[in-house]
Every structure is written in structure tokens, then in C-alpha cells.
Design a protein around this ligand. Structure first.
Ligand code: 6PG
Length: 245
């Protein structure tokens, strides 16, 4: 059984606090229940504030946390566009986490190789029987103004990938390759946390949340198989939403 909860934040600062607090709540719950916590960070600008606040939780047993990435750009890890670099600067460099607990997508490789290597890294970590999907405790996601999520952009091949966990995805409009989790991997998470900020996303977000059956945007295909979906939405991005109960 899956649940959906929507929380509106008055501004990006409050969104960041709400996002960080939810990650910590989920981490403590997972560590208490199973002795560890697996999280995939999302890219873009919105989560950076939450990452920075997470770095303040020094009492979190970071040695029991494993950090993955839901996607990354096909650029070197020290490139200004790298999601890994952004997370390293906002969070990873500030916490006492064993290096082997940070699972970076090796974007310096050929895009297809990077995707295959990451899929193998997930496989080695989760040690699952063939055919079983890894179930991350928490996957953080954002949504672009075109309704993309992770690196699952409208009109791209990865939207139709239903058997692989991670793929290289050509995003023609950006003239670039991305490496991304696929929908089934995302949808098997125990919890999906969306952080959405920005007036420019209001109409698409309204369609995503209020017209789910229309399947207009990639974000609408994020539907947990058996998990919780929590939306933390900044007021501007939420301005067109009906009074959601
Ligand atoms: C990326 C992200 C992407 C991001 C959205 C929203 O690599 O850019 O994975 O899906 O979450 O583009 O980005 P903003 O939060 O910066 O608007």
C-alpha cells in the first residue's frame, strides 16, 4: 500500500529544513529497524539547502548511511555541473562518512559503461536474488519545469526502460548524456521525497498532482510500488494547486 503526503513550505529555507528533517527521521527509523540507511540524493539546485542542513546533524551515525545518486550529468566529478560535486561541497565534505559509503556514479567513464558499472555497484551492495528490485530506504527527487525527474526527460529513451536499474540516457535538447535511475528502481523505494521549488513549475506540478492519469510528464510515472511519497513544495510552485486534502 502506498501513501502520498503533500506539505507546503513558505519559502526555500523552510523547504530545506523540512526536507532535511524528513531525511533524518527516515535515517533514524531505518537504522533503528535494520541497522543501516540507504539514500539516493537528487541533483539540481533545490536540494542543496537541505544537504547543507543535513551536514549539521553530526549525531547521525553516518558510518551506517550509504549515499547513492539518483542521476548525474555525464561530466567529470569536479565539473561545475556535476551532481556529485554539488553534494560533495554541500554535504559529503562536511560529514564523517566512510568514503566507501559514498557511491558515486563514475561519470568520467563512457556513459554506457558508467551506467553498467553503477548498476553492478548497486547489485554488489544489495546482494539480491535475480529478478528482485533493490529497495532504497529513501530516494530524493526534484522536478524540472518540463516535468522531468532525475534524468528522465520528456521524449527520451529511458522513459521506457523497465528492466534495467540504471541507464545512460541521451537528452537531445541538452545535447548531452545523463546517467539515471529508471522508473522501476525509483518506484521500489520505501520512501520518495520530492523537493520542488519555483513559480515556473506551478502549472506542470498542478498537472502532475491533480491529473495523474493523463501521463503528460515523466514525474507522473513516479508511483511507489509499496512506499511513501512525500512532497515538500515551496509556496510559489504550489500556487495553482487546489486545496489538497
Ligand atoms: C538534475 C536533477 C534534476 C533536478 C530537476 C530540478 O540532475 O538536474 O536530477 O532532475 O532535480 O532538474 O532541478 P532544480 O531543483 O534545480 O529546479
Amino acid at each position: 500500500m502506498s501513501t502520498r503526503e503533500i506539505n507546503i513550505a513558505p519559502d526555500i529555507t523552510a523547504l530545506s529544513r523540512m526536507g532535511a528533517d524528513e531525511v533524518v527521521r527516515c535515517a533514524k527509523e531505518s537504522i533503528a529497524a535494520r541497522g543501516g540507511f540507504t539514500i539516493a540524493l537528487s541533483g539540481g539546485s533545490t536540494p542543496q539547502g537541505a544537504h547543507a542542513l543535513l551536514a549539521e546533524y553530526k549525531d547521525l551515525p553516518w558510518n551506517k548511511v550509504h549515499i547513492f545518486f539518483g542521476d548525474d550529468r555525464h561530466v567529470p566529478p569536479d565539473d561545475k555541473d556535476s551532481n556529485y560535486r554539488a553534494a560533495r561541497e554541500s554535504l559529503l565534505s562536511k560529514i564523517n562518512i566512510p568514503p566507501e559509503n559514498v557511491h558515486r556514479i563514475k561519470t568520467e567513464l563512457d556513459a554506457q559503461e558508467a551506467a553498467q558499472q553503477y548498476e553492478q555497484e548497486l547489485n554488489t551492495f544489495f546482494q539480491l536474488p535475480a529478478g528482485e528490485w533493490p529497495r532504497l530506504d529513501l530516494i530524493m527527487l526534484g522536478m524540472g519545469p518540463d516535468g522531468h525527474t532525475a534524468s528522465l526527460f520528456p521524449g527520451t529513451a529511458a522513459l521506457n526502460e523497465n528492466s534495467r536499474w540504471v541507464v545512460a540516457n541521451r537528452v537531445e535538447k541538452l545535447k548531452t548524456w545523463r546517467i539515471t535511475f529508471t522508473f522501476p528502481l525509483i518506484n521500489h523505494a520505501t520512501e520518495i521525497l520530492y523537493l520542488v521549488n519555483g513559480d515556473d513549475k506551478a502549472q506542470v506540478l498542478k498537472d502532475v498532482l491533480e491529473n495523474p492519469d493523463k501521463n503528460l510528464y515523466p514525474t507522473q510515472r513516479v508511483q511507489p510500488v509499496n512506499g511513501k511519497m512525500l512532497w515538500v513544495i515551496e509556496k510559489g510552485a504550489a500556487r495553482l494547486l487546489n486545496d489538497l486534502k
